[in-house]
Design a protein around this ligand. Structure first.
Ligand SMILES: *Cc1c(COP(=O)(O)O)cnc(C)c1O
Length: 221
């Protein structure tokens, strides 16, 4: 058994069945993705549109692709026709563009709102204030070709587990407060995408419904 197959099996065994595993295949060749696919994995995450477009034509059509990196406006039209979920919606403007491109191709695209929780300045995402403003004015809720399925975030890259736990708790609180205020009747709004190779166990303990794991499956990048 290859190490990729073994890693997938180990993770699937460890994760509660309620937690979805997204295998993050960025920088890895199609052959590695096929190995994971043959081990039963169907959801894969990529962070760059061009790389995703280059790879996907060589890969099985029933793969569910998740975009997990910052999406530039001019790349939306290449992404929307096939993407399974855009996890990295980080501005209202981006959501509007995704909605209009999705309308053109007759799709409703699943999206997550990326929320900024990390101490680092560089990570993309909404603040809760921004999000509340957009939602209060009901702007977001009027977009018919996007389905908002929950929230996504990355914790600070640190060995301080208390810090990381605090950030995951904050994201979960954000999820519940958005759910209660704006998405009470939206059954699709149920995902909390948090947890990567270094912190997924912590994330699962704090209520993650979706983990995005790369190096622990495919090896170091
Ligand atoms: C790269 C990446 C991951 C996976 O990181 P690993 O540490 O390799 O598991 C998860 N989420 C996002 C947004 C990423 O860019």
């Amino acid at each position: 058994m290859s190490f990729i197959t073994e890693n997938i099996f180990t993770l699937k065994h460890q994760l509660p069945s309620s937690v979805k595993l997204v295998a993050v295949s960025k920088t890895k060749p199609a052959a590695d993705i096929i190995e994971a696919y043959n081990a039963g994995q169907r959801s894969f995450g990529e962070n760059r549109v061009q790389e995703l477009l280059n790879k996907k034509d060589f890969l099985p059509k029933d793969i569910e692709w998740h975009l997990i990196g910052h999406l530039q406006s001019n790349k939306v039209k290449y992404t929307v026709p096939f993407i399974s979920m855009i996890q990295s919606i980080d501005s209202y403007k981006l959501l509007v563009i995704v909605n209009s491109e999705a309308m053109k191709v007759g799709r409703i695209v699943d999206c997550l709102l990326q929320i900024h929780i990390a101490a680092e300045e560089t990570k993309f995402g909404f603040s809760m204030n921004e999000l509340s403003e957009n939602l209060r004015s009901a702007d977001i809720l009027n977009l018919r070709n996007v389905r908002i399925c929950g929230v996504m975030s990355m914790a600070t890259f640190t060995s301080d587990t208390d810090q990381v736990r605090k950030e995951f708790r904050y994201l979960k609180d954000c999820f519940h407060s958005l759910k209660n205020k704006y998405f009470e009747s939206a059954s699709a709004f149920k995902e909390i995408s948090m947890g990567m190779s270094g912190d997924y166990e912590l994330a699962v303990n704090e209520g993650s419904t979706m983990v995005r794991i790369g190096s622990l499956i495919f090896g170091k990048r």
